[in-house]
Design a protein around this ligand. Sequence first.
Ligand code: HMG
Length: 387
Amino acid sequence: MKVGIDRIEFSTPNRYLDLVDLAHARGADPNKYLIGIGQRKMAVPTLSQDIVAMGANAAEGMFGGLDDKEKASIGLLIVATESGVDQSKASALFVHDLLGLPSSMRAIEIKEACYGGTAGLQLAADFVRAHPGTKALVIAADIARYGLNAGGEVTQGAGAVAMLVAENPHILALEERSVVRSRSTDDFWRPNYSAEAFAKGKYSEQVYLEMFAEDWREAESLGLTQVSGLQALLFHIPFSKMGRKGLRTLESVIPVSDYERLTARFEKGIMYGQEVGNLYTASLYLSLISLLERDESLCAGDRIGLFSYGSGSVAELFFGILQTGYRDRLNRTGHEALLAARQRLSIDEYESIFSASLVTDGSQQDIEDGDPAALHALIRMEGHERF
Ligand code: HMG
């Protein structure tokens, strides 16, 4: 049975900070951010665009294309996030309500840093394989937050990707064989008492690269990495330079023509991420959307590798085959319009939104300054309940 991604959509807040402005404000050379980090802009969410709102907005984009029968066949909703809104109730239940999904289904939240999106996708694929005729909706949604003036500030971002997983998918059929490894590391983490993540920046890059190398070697030993047949290799993109460093480790071990092809396609895969920043769980999947929408040369039948990394750490290298007609399921015009319509913030506006974007008193708090482009938004907290 072929199982994989049947639809894919993304959503990001309608405000951004230009990283040249951030460089000037922080006394850094703009080329450090533009070339050294490899990012151009970062999305800045207001309080109204939390992961529930962004996740529902991302999924909403695909719902116009789903008929009632398809909607009723969704048996599982997974929201993968490390920016959850509650320690007990799954954010999937808020999203389930906003999307009007059937009650006879499972709705859960899962977490393992940026790997959560892949954990969700693989669990969803297994679910569909085990329950023929059903579909699963996976939403990866996050707000990357390190703090004003923090080392990781330039690698912040916000957004969500929604994927419908089904039999005979129209976009990408997932291969069942993959390589995955788990190892407890302290490279990046966010304890319950902190609204901002802590990162050992250089160490986190080292673990990312080590785990990629280990995954690649194991995949090679299993015969999964014949590069002549690999048309693209995508990476988790906390910032584009990180994925580029991963790809460069292959430069001396694969033929030049294969390396050049993978590099050209990698460049297409980072285009959207460079505009919105790190989406944690959703970053790899935004890279997939970017590749499919911005590359004109891929064809049905092409094989794509995806490297997922989540700090803490879990890393998985897996593969998929592009399906006939995949271009008909994409929304390049809509996504370009979404990015083009965003409002550029000044540094003062960014800093004030950043400082105000935490729920401080859930007993009674009106959430102002909503996102006019978004269908779903958090508008009020009352008696510690969300509206
Ligand atoms: P930093 O201290 O700003 O780094 O931290 P830097 O001073 O080394 O500069 C960065 C790069 O810019 C260097 O290049 C410089 O040479 C270059 P590199 O050596 O890396 O190739 N540079 C310039 N280039 C051109 N012109 C210039 C110039 N100046 C300097 N003028 C760091 C950077 C990424 C470490 C920091 O932003 C950080 O801590 N970020 C957060 C952690 C992170 O993103 N880690 C990535 C791996 S872990 C991961 O991917 C998981 C994660 O997504 C979380 C999850 O799983 O949930 C983070």
